[in-house]
Design a protein around this ligand. Structure first.
Ligand code: ZN
Length: 214
């Protein structure tokens, strides 16, 4: 096990920019992996990102959130951070803590839209930052917009550690991110890694979970 480093990266002589530091944290924590993966979409890829591995290290999550918070102008006056459960909860909570904002999450009813439960409410005029750990398509986080607008609250922008939408997520509002991930993806029939006979990982599958400590 590595010694705790309190979120600082050692051994670097020249200072890294914010994007490089974020990427390094993703790689060091194992959140961003290289190899041969089958993504949820069924496509094969040479990389995979699962931010839960980064949130295992609260001190690193704190530093990554601090880097993101410095990108949000004070005049946005964020009152609440709202995330889609479950993936966004820890990220949204840490952003809210540092912004001095409230932290709410929305839950999806099976097969239905996102709703606020647990007594969570939004009020008229409240300024809401929507957050997600990784923007894959942006679909989940965009589904939170009606929830905010129906309450008369205002979406001020989106905050994510990483954007891997390859330019596909372009809402007419600010999107604050730290890393842009451009995964190579292929249909199985065209996958060069399959052709080379490299074993494939299916993250999230039951088999992968059993083997995840290997
Ligand atoms: Zn493959």
């Amino acid at each position: 096990m590595e010694p705790a480093n309190h979120g600082h990266i050692e051994g670097d002589t020249k200072p890294l920019n914010v994007e490089q530091r974020a990427q390094q944290h993703l790689e060091k924590t194992g959140a961003l992996k290289s190899g041969h993966f089958q993504l949820t979409s069924g496509l094969h890829s040479d990389r995979y990102c699962q931010c839960a591995a980064l949130f295992e290290r609260p001190s690193i999550a704190e530093e990554v959130a601090r880097m993101l918070v410095t990108r949000i102008p004070d005049e946005e006056r964020v009152g609440t951070v709202l995330t889609p459960a479950i993936g966004g909860i820890i990220w949204g909570y840490e952003l809210a803590r540092q912004l001095g904002a409230r932290s709410l999450f929305a839950e999806r009813q099976p097969g239905e839209k996102f709703v606020l439960r647990r007594g969570f409410t939004l009020t008229k005029g409240e300024r809401v930052l929507l957050a997600e750990d990784v923007i894959t398509t942006g679909k989940s986080v965009a589904e939170l917009i009606p929830l905010v607008e129906d309450a008369g609250a205002v979406v001020v922008g989106f905050a994510a550690i990483a954007d891997r939408s390859r330019g596909g997520f372009r809402p007419p509002l600010p999107v604050y991110t730290l890393a842009t991930l451009d995964f190579q993806t292929w249909e199985q029939a065209n996958c060069p890694l399959c052709r080379e006979g490299i074993p494939i990982h299916k993250p999230g599958s039951r088999m992968e979970k059993q083997n995840s400590t290997a």
